[in-house]
Ligand binder design. Structure first.
Ligand code: ADQ
Length: 471
């Protein structure tokens, strides 16, 4: 094969010494690119007055990075607009927050065309193109329109909505048809794949035969490729000096109390409001637990330009303040709510110091925090993972305590159960979870996708216990 060209909205290769801060996805894609001597192409995050299509090439952490600038209007209509205010809420089943504006749609099409025009000259014979996420769904079709015949794959990091939800989008049909210009389309979960299948059958009158769907004379292969983390490396990070220091500092400040941890981007899909209220419910239902536990919620603000994010932030400030006001004593604060971002090794130490990992999104493509929490645990004395049934990760991580994030009662009772769980049961559950995190890691994910894109007829279904042979 030729080179691997990865395309995503933003490009985030780890710097050489970036082990502490770069995310698992960035590390894995960077590793893939090094192996295939590839290129990572995307938006620089910068804007210029008039789009030029000029590419700035750099080598960062052993990876070739190709960046282009966009215009202010592109940022508003394509990024803040169609990506963050239309597709993100819609694909997370929040039609109440989804804005359907014609200018957003036009901006989305324009920027995808700009990506295609700028990228096409970089693609050589035999190169594989791997496009990432909802910002760039039409990119494959735009490249085809420019005559690119290479194999092009697409991976969706977020959920696929149910057909009724998706049809609220005025351009739903066009959007899905553009997806069928790819050779391979990957989803995070069987649930997302099934929802996609339902849509194409209902709205396009197409059937997925095995893992193939034919549209307009072209065959697209569709499958679930659950993403993983660098399990082994993250476990090692939890043993690093920075992690050990964070762990020790935390344990000291805990004063014998048990800690529940939540780590999320500050986003309405993560169920933070419901989580705070369920924790409050637990304090009300189990007065014996007062002063025995506390919740550390780390929530890094994101997408501040979008109003819905300002609103959720204000609501969380208010709810955490109210709960702390109602329950705190002179030497105990029930919720420690932190808006800072943390180094990855520090985060690993904090995960390890927590008796319970509370991961309760209302909708989530996968959720990597659940996997990081497991990887960071002390094998001798691991904590308990509580996981939303609506996270893609719930399909694989069946040894977690699975909850309904919309039910305060369920979450409150599950928290009490987790806090009381015997060490024996914790170890048993953790071992099985950890085996999964190590086996289905980010390298396995990447290799499976790239092999499938090369049309190597190998295992593509990776839901645990469902390793069926394709074709
Ligand atoms: P996200 O919605 O960003 O990702 P998630 O999978 O949980 O959600 O990944 C978040 C990452 O950011 C984790 O690696 C976490 O450690 C890190 N992080 C969060 N808060 C942090 C903080 N305060 N400091 C430092 N690091 C922090 C999208 C989809 C997910 C999907 C991923 C990958 O929404 O469903 O799992 O992509 O495909």
């Amino acid at each position: 094969m030729g080179r691997l060209i990865v395309v995503s909205n933003r490009v985030n290769p780890p710097a050489d010494a970036g082990v502490e801060t770069a995310g698992g996805l960035a590390m894995a894609l960077a590793a893939a690119l090094r192996e295939y001597s590839g290129t990572w192409f995307g938006w620089s995050g910068e804007t210029v007055e008039t789009f030029t299509g000029q590419i700035s090439m750099q080598r960062i952490g052993g990876v070739t990075v190709a960046l282009m600038d966009l215009e202010d209007q592109d940022r508003e209509e394509y990024y803040d607009g169609y990506a963050n205010r239309t597709l993100w809420p819609l694909f997370h089943s929040r039609t109440d927050l989804a804005a359907y504006e014609r200018s957003f749609d036009a901006g989305y099409q324009r920027v995808n065309r700009r990506f295609a025009q700028t990228l096409a000259p970089l693609i050589g014979p035999g190169d594989l193109v791997w496009v990432h996420d909802y910002h760039l769904i039409p990119l494959g079709q735009e490249l085809r329109a420019l005559g690119v015949t290479n194999r092009i794959g697409f991976f969706l990091h977020i959920p696929w909505p149910g057909p009724r939800t998706l049809t609220t989008l005025p351009q739903h049909r066009r959007l899905v048809e553009t997806l069928l210009a790819y050779d391979l389309v990957g989803f995070q979960s069987q649930d997302a794949l099934a929802a996609f299948g339902e849509y194409v059958s209902r709205e396009l009158d197409l059937t997925i035969d095995g893992d193939e769907v034919v549209f307009d004379g072209r065959t697209t292969r569709v499958a679930a490729f659950p993403i993983g983390i660098e399990g082994q490396a993250f476990a090692e990070l939890a043993d690093s000096p920075v992690a050990a220091a964070a762990f020790a500092r935390m344990r000291q400040s805990q004063a014998g109390r048990r800690m529940i941890i939540g780590v999320d981007r500050l986003d309405y899909s993560k169920g933070l409001e419901e989580r705070f209220l369920a924790y409050e419910q637990m304090l009300a239902d189990h007065p014996d637990l007062a002063e025995q536990v506390f919740l550390l919620q780390i929530a890094t603000p994101s997408r501040d330009a979008v109003e819905a994010y300002q609103e959720i932030r204000a609501r969380l400030d208010a709810i955490s303040g109210r709960i702390n006001g109602a329950y705190a004593t002179v030497d105990w604060v029930p919720i420690r709510y932190v808006n800072r971002s943390h180094r990855r090794d520090e985060l690993a130490g904090l995960y390890r110091a927590a008796h319970v990992g509370l991961v309760t999104p209302l909708r989530d493509g996968m959720n990597l925090v659940a996997k990081e929490y497991v990887a960071a645990q002390d094998p001798e004395d691991p904590g308990v993972l509580i996981l939303s049934r609506y996270a893609g990760a719930a399909e694989q991580m069946t040894d977690a305590l699975i909850v309904n994030p919309f039910s305060r009662e369920d979450m409150s009772e599950t928290l009490a159960r987790a806090l009381a769980m015997s060490r024996e049961e914790r170890r048993k559950r953790w071992r099985r979870l950890m085996d999964g995190v190590l086996a289905d890691d980010v390298t396995a994910w990447r290799d499976r996708f790239v092999r499938a894109l090369l049309d190597d007829r190998v295992t593509v279904s990776t839901a645990r216990g469902d390793r069926s042979k394709a074709s």
